[in-house]
Write a protein of this length. Structure first.
Length: 433
C-alpha cells in the first residue's frame, strides 16, 4: 500500500541557496524534503530574494518572516562583541540566538492557527543547528497534538587539549562557559515535548539527557548534491601523490600541520599539495613553505567559488585535513564524493564520517603528536599507494548511498513517520563509524 504523502511545516530560519555553511545546509535539507512530502518552508526575510531566484513561489512554497527589528541589531552587536572578522563564532552564535525567540513568536503568530487546526502532520525545525537555541514552538505543537521534530543539532565540540593557543586566537572566550546553555529557560520543555531529536554529531547526542535518548538519532547535517560533483579524481595507485587542503586558513583548521607533516614527501617529490582557502594564516603559511624550501611542491589557490573547488580537489588523491575542531565536516563528504581519500584528525565530525574502508583517521593528541601521526600515515600511504583506489571507490559509494540530499530527505521522512506513529525511530539509518 502506498503511504499518504505527509504535509510538513519546515522551519529553517537560516536557509539560503546562495550562501554557505548553515544557511546552505538549511536550504538544502528543506528543499530536498519537498521531494518526499508537501513541505512549506518558513524562513527569515533575509533569505527571501535568493529563494525566489531559486524558483519557489512565496505564499505557496515558502513564507519569509520579517524579524529584522530584532535580528539586525543583534547581528551587529554579535559582530562587535566577537572582536574580529571570521572569529568569535561562539559569541556570534550566542548573541544571535538571543533574538531567535522573537522569530519563533512571529512564526507561531502566522502558523499557529493552521497547526492547531491539523493542517500539518509534522512541524520540523531544521535551523538553527545550534543546540543552544531553544524552541518555544515545541510545547505548543505538543499541546496541539502535532509532532515536533528538532534538528539536526550540532555544535560546541570541546577544544582538544593542547590547542588553547588556537582557541585564544579564534577569540573563543565564550567557549569556556558554553555549557551554561543547558540551564537556559525553555531547554527542558523543548526536549521534553519534541517527538524526535536529530543530532549531527555524537558529541551533541551525548549532551541530550539520557531520559530523551530513545527519541534521539544520529544523522549528520551535511550531504552533497550529486549533480554538483560530476568529476572523479584519478587514483592510479602510483607516485607521485597529490594532496589537497580545503578550508579557512586559521590555526585550528591545521593547514600548517598538514604542510609540516608532509615536508619529507614534498621535498623529495613524492607529494604535491594544493591549499584552497584564505584567512589570517595565509601569509605565515607562505613564509613556512618558502623557509622550508618546498614552494615548488605547494600551490596556494586562495579563496575559490564553491563550483571551482571541485576542479582542484578532483586532481588529488588525498584530502589532508587535520582540523582539530570540526562540527560537521562537509568537506570530507565532498572529497569522498569526488573519489578523494580523506586523511583527518580523529575528532568530532570528520572522525565520525570516515571509517577504515573509506579513509584514514589520525589519533587525536597535542600538536606534536598529531603532526607526527599524520607524517607517519602519509609515509605509509606513499609506501603503498595501491591501497588508495579501492578506498576511493568505497568512499564514493558510501556518500552516494547515504549522504546525498535525496538520501537525507528519505531518512528524515522515515523519522517523521516514526514520530507521527509514536513508534521507535528507525534503527537502520547511517551510523557513525
Amino acid at each position: 500500500m502506498v503511504e499518504r504523502r505527509l504535509k510538513a511545516l519546515v522551519i529553517a530560519e537560516a536557509a539560503n541557496p546562495e550562501w554557505v555553511s548553515v544557511p546552505l545546509v538549511g536550504w538544502s535539507l528543506a528543499h530536498a524534503l519537498r521531494d518526499v512530502a508537501d513541505v512549506h518552508i518558513v524562513t527569515q526575510v533575509r533569505n527571501r530574494e535568493a529563494i525566489l531566484r531559486a524558483g519557489l513561489v512565496e505564499g505557496r512554497d515558502f513564507t519569509a518572516i520579517d524579524s529584522e527589528r530584532l535580528a539586525a541589531p543583534m547581528w551587529r552587536l554579535a559582530e562587535r562583541l566577537s572582536m574580529g572578522k571570521g572569529v568569535g563564532w561562539t559569541m556570534k552564535t550566542a548573541v544571535s540566538t538571543l533574538g531567535y525567540g522573537y522569530f519563533e513568536r512571529l512564526v507561531w503568530r502566522a502558523f499557529g492557527p493552521a497547526i492547531r487546526a491539523g493542517h500539518y502532520d509534522v512541524v520540523h525545525r531544521v535551523t538553527p543547528l545550534t543546540p543552544t537555541a531553544n524552541s518555544r514552538i515545541a510545547p505548543l505543537c505538543a499541546r496541539a497534538g502535532v509532532p515536533f521534530v528538532l534538528g539536526p543539532l550540532n555544535g560546541g565540540v570541546p577544544w582538544p587539549a593542547g590547542f588553547d593557543g588556537e582557541r585564544r586566537r579564534e577569540k573563543e572566550w565564550l567557549s569556556y562557559v558554553r555549557g551554561a546553555y543547558k540551564a537556559l529557560p525553555g531547554r527542558g520543555a523543548m526536549l521534553r515535548h519534541a517527538a524526535a531529536i536529530i543530532c549531527g554529531s555524537m558529541h551533541t547526542l551525548g549532551e541530550i539527557p539520557a531520559r530523551y535518548r530513545a527519541k534521539t538519532v544520529w544523522l549528520p547535517e551535511n550531504a552533497i548534491e550529486p549533480a554538483r560533483f560530476s568529476l572523479t579524481a584519478p587514483q592510479p595507485g602510483t607516485l607521485p601523490l597529490r594532496g589537497c587542503f580545503i578550508g579557512r586558513l586559521v590555526p585550528y583548521k591545521g593547514a600548517d600541520m598538514a604542510i609540516e607533516a608532509a615536508l619529507p614527501l614534498l621535498r623529495d617529490g613524492r607529494l604535491v599539495l594544493d591549499i584552497v582557502g584564505d584567512g589570517p594564516q595565509a601569509g605565515p603559511l607562505r613564509d613556512l613553505v618558502g623557509r622550508e624550501g618546498v614552494a615548488q611542491a605547494v600551490r596556494f589557490h586562495g579563496w575559490l567559488p564553491h563550483e571551482a573547488v571541485q576542479g582542484v580537489a578532483a586532481q588529488a588523491q588525498l584530502l589532508v585535513f587535520p582540523s582539530v575542531r570540526e562540527f560537521g565536516g562537509g568537506v570530507v563528504l565532498e572529497a569522498m564524493a569526488l573519489g578523494v581519500v580523506p586523511v583527518v584528525a580523529d575528532y568530532a565530525g570528520p572522525g565520525e564520517l570516515v571509517d577504515d574502508a573509506t579513509g584514514f583517521r589520525i589519533p587525536m593528541g597535542r600538536r606534536a603528536a598529531l603532526v607526527a601521526g599524520l607524517r607517519a600515515r602519509l609515509e605509509a600511504i606513499a609506501a603503498d599507494p595501491a591501497m588508495l583506489p579501492g578506498m576511493a571507490r568505497a568512499g564514493q559509494a558510501r556518500v552516494m548511498r547515504d549522504f546525498t540530499w535525496a538520501a537525507k530527505a528519505a531518512q528524515v521522512e522515515r523519522i517523521w513517520r516514526g514520530a507521527i506513529a509514536r513508534a521507535p525511530l528507525p534503527q537502520d539509518l547511517p551510523r557513525p563509524r
